[in-house]
Ligand binder design. Structure first.
Ligand code: NI
Length: 224
């Protein structure tokens, strides 16, 4: 399942982010690539020791974590720090699979879901589509600045070469309380039905019944 979160960041947030981007320090993305990704990863990443990196993380992570759609679809137990990636013309990130276990010893997490937050407006660069390969075929994603896409970290994906302009995104990963993707999706769909019932018929018996089933499935499947 691939889900979009439009307007995760407001125009004010984006203005803050862009002023941080202007003074950021960048380095080759190969520093954070595993052995297999060395040749595939032709991008730049913001240095995690620069002040802009910390400022952007402080802005983006709480917004993502608190977003009701993200909570419902991801049921996150852990959200990583953001890697901030830049592709100029000729840069790309070839087809790959993300590491299943990330983070440093003592702060490890399983990457159940991958999240890309788009920071550049789609009109400002050519190419640079995030292409996610699923059983339904490849899906090219290029969203408005401030929007995010959430997709299974188990999918093969790539960033096609940028041919003009500059593509800057935040990449994050989340470990979900619901490890199984199918169970997570069922809970998300049931949560949507439950929310609709709570709005339309809050006092009906069927609403209470659906609430009960949702709560008990969550109790059965969640690891906290
Ligand atoms: Ni990736």
């Amino acid at each position: 399942m691939l889900s979009e979160i439009p307007n995760l960041l407001s125009q004010t947030d984006l203005a803050d982010v862009h002023s941080q981007l202007a003074r950021a320090e960048w380095q080759t993305g190969k520093l954070s690539a595993g052995a297999q990704a060395q040749d595939l990863k032709q991008n730049q990443e913001m240095s995690q020791s620069c002040q802009s990196w910390a400022a952007i993380n402080q802005l983006v992570i709480p917004k993502l974590y608190a977003h009701p759609s993200f909570q419902s679809m991801a049921m996150p137990s852990k959200v990583s720090a953001a890697f901030i990636s830049r592709c100029s013309p000729g840069m790309y990130y070839g087809e790959h699979i993300d590491n299943p276990i990330m983070g440093n010893q003592g702060a490890r997490y399983r990457s159940d879901l991958a999240i890309t937050v788009f920071l550049s407006s789609p009109e400002s660069y050519e190419g640079g589509e995030l292409t996610i390969h699923s059983t339904f075929g490849p899906m090219a994603v290029k969203l408005a600045a401030g929007a995010a896409v959430v997709y299974p970290a188990s999918s093969l994906h790539e960033v096609t070469p940028v041919t003009e302009g500059e593509r800057i995104v935040c990449a994050l990963w989340a470990q979900s309380m619901i490890r199984d993707a199918h169970q997570r999706e069922l809970l998300h769909e049931l949560d949507e039905a439950r929310r609709a019932l709570l709005l339309s018929t809050p006092n009906a018996k069927v609403t209470t019944k659906v609430e009960q089933v949702y709560a008990n499935l969550l109790r059965m499947w969640a690891d906290v």
